[in-house]
Design a protein around this ligand. Sequence first.
Ligand SMILES: [Zn+2]
Length: 307
Amino acid sequence: MNYSVEQIIALAPDAASAKAGRSLATASKWQNVGQDERAVWGECQGSGAKPYQTVIDLSEPAFKCSCPSRKFPCKHALGLFLLIANQPAAGNTTVPAWAAEWLGKRDEQTQRRNEAAKKADEVPDEATLARRASQKAKRSLDREAKVVAGLKELELWLRDLLRHGLASAQTRTFDYWEQMAARLIDAGFDVRCCDLYPEIFRLDGVDIHRGNLDAELPFGDQSFDYVTCLEGLEHIENPQQAMREFARVLKPGGHLFVSVPNILNIEERLKWLLHGYTSHFKPISRAASESSIGAGRWHPRDCSPNG
Ligand SMILES: [Zn+2]
């Protein structure tokens, strides 16, 4: 064995362990001590019913002991190590099963580490390098093609939306928006949404952020290529603030799609002239309001001029 007492003591985690280790370095405290070229093992009677089983892999050295100590190496490992350094265990070279198991596991680990290191060290040949480069190029081309296809689809979708009049956006079902968002995600886009009440907004695979169009949106500067806000601005207190936020979160050259109800066309002007209100901004009839209250969509509150 190539370890001196000084070297072994230097391995102790603290002075108390070194002292305890020294006091265990006597043959009377140990049984079934054995040794071969690679390892040392032995059993030390502690306070429990079963003796502690201690084994040392001399190649590193590395230690294993069945005692509950959190010190490493524990006093038993130090004691056994010192004992063997002073007085080699001649004769007994049959590794007991419990020690062999641990040593075997260590061999497997070493083998795995060596294989990994070998792999990392291996310089790939030219054919491998060329294959990797072409795979990488293909992946990036595939992704680009996917994104371009997604963009084309988005453009078609937006044109279709415009053709039908953005006002039709209001009558679309939720699925209509969800399908486009899902398609964009498939095409490699990163889709994000926000709502004043994210708890009532659902879209599989997309984080819905809490956001208020009257305040700062929960996104960083220049984070989006596209921003859409359909039939939203007419509901808020400060549309200018929302537009400033859209400009902030869009990348330079990005696109913004906004729709609001058009009340300047001839139909709406005539409605205004004849009825005093337009299609989108009109009083609610008593019957409609009562059915909404009945359905639990509205919750009336008493109010008076004094609040
Ligand atoms: Zn121990």
